[in-house]
Design a protein around this ligand. Structure first.
Ligand code: TXA
Ligand code: MG
Length: 355
């Protein structure tokens, strides 16, 4: 059990973060403490990546399984040279095109990075976040910052400072709160240790964007097929999930809407508290449906709007003690790939298909 510690809370301006708060949080990280901080994707829980003991504390504070490696965050592409043993040409291309940004690169790990960070793997995940407060914090710390998402293991990733406080207050030294995260889902994890790059986790940079720069980009078959072990250890856990049961419904719009209306009544008849997560386009259909909570995730034509609200909606369902969450499904192109990956994971891959 972690002992209760007093968590300092710093609300900051995302574009011009208070330098005093940043310096203090940088000092905390440098001296072995844990600081939650905003990134463009989700909030991260940071520790000095070169301090084995500090990184152990990340796993303890989150209740994270030991076999799930951490992403190391840097403030400049130059900072990765000492963390990897090799920089393939594809890495240079990705860095040039997408850093700072929501793309994590898996590369051969340098010996100086403690094994606990990579969960014993000989590869290391690296990213340069696109958020002024994150970059200022890493610079102030003066060390690379290992950071998983700043949620308790099993909970949806935090996209608001409030979410971090709900999960980790009393377990970590400080929280930097810069308001909502722009992207809303985690970074894309791209393995560059083999000839053809492989997406291990879809995220904020789309496969289409990567293909444009790299040519062929594969997707880890373990992401879709439950009989195969995913190559990114974290992907196998049922996380991103609210407490209520998530049921995505897929198919032609009218069929989906009719089925969701039917499932709402069925759920209510069983005494369940029901929520509907839907697109702006079909929201009017559910207005008088009797659902306890209706959340418009975004536009089906603009999957990034859905990504930006999905985790907040999951947490809102928990706040409202929702038992059953009926969700429309979205396009799988562009950011839709990440949205559908998180939705299907939250549902334990059980989706209703209407034809
Ligand atoms: O957007 C993000 O990536 C956020 C922000 C805070 O940067 N971080 C994040 O970290 O989502 P986390 O720990 O929640 O997810 C890291 C993912 C896990 O699926 C983990 O298994 C994978 O990256 N990963 C880390 N190191 C890896 C490695 N060496 N090989 C394969 N997968 C790795
Ligand atoms: Mg996570």
């Amino acid at each position: 059990m972690t002992s209760v510690i007093e968590t300092k809370y710093y609300p900051i301006d995302p574009l011009a973060p208070d330098q005093g708060a940043i310096e203090e949080c940088g000092r905390i990280i440098r001296t072995g403490g844990l600081v939650a901080f905003p990134t463009e994707t989700v909030y991260g829980l940071g520790a000095n990546a070169l301090d084995e003991e500090a990184c152990r504390r990340i796993f303890e504070a989150k209740g994270r399984p030991q076999d799930n490696p951490l992403i190391v965050h840097v403030a400049s592409p130059d900072d990765i040279a000492v963390l990897t043993t090799e920089l393939p040409p594809q890495a240079a291309k990705c860095i040039q095109a997408f850093w700072p940004g929501p793309l994590t690169l898996v590369l051969p790990k340098a010996f100086r990075v403690p094994a606990v960070v990579s969960a014993g793997l000989n590869t290391l995940a690296l990213r340069m976040p696109d958020h002024p407060a994150a970059l200022a914090l890493i610079r102030a710390a003066g060390v690379p910052v290992a950071a998983p998402s700043a949620n308790l293991s099993g909970h949806p990733s935090p996209t608001l400072g409030r979410h971090v406080m709900e999960d980790l207050a009393g377990r970590i030294e400080a929280v930097l709160d810069a308001g909502p995260c722009r992207v809303g889902v985690e970074s894309t994890v791209l393995d560059l240790t083999e000839t053809v790059p492989v997406i291990l986790r879809p995220g904020g940079i789309t496969r289409e964007q990567l293909t444009e720069i790299l040519g062929q980009v594969d997707i880890d078959p373990g992401l879709q097929d439950e009989s195969q072990a995913p190559r990114s250890p974290g992907v196998k856990y049922r996380h991103y999930a609210p407490r209520g049961r998530v049921v995505p419904v897929s198919g032609p719009d009218e069929k989906v809407q009719a089925r969701i209306l039917q499932e709402i009544s069925r759920g209510r008849n069983q005494g369940l508290r029901v929520a509907v997560l839907c697109s702006a386009e079909s929201a009017p259909v559910y207005a008088a449906s009797g659902a306890e909570y209706l959340e418009i995730l975004g536009s089906n034509r603009e999957p990034w709007t859905v990504a930006a609200t999905l985790y907040r909606a999951f947490r809102e369902c928990d706040q409202r003690n929702i038992d059953l969450i009926l969700a429309e499904t979205f396009t799988r192109s562009g950011m839709g790939a990440a949205v559908m990956n998180r939705l299907e994971k939250a549902a334990g891959h059980h989706v209703i298909f209407e034809t």
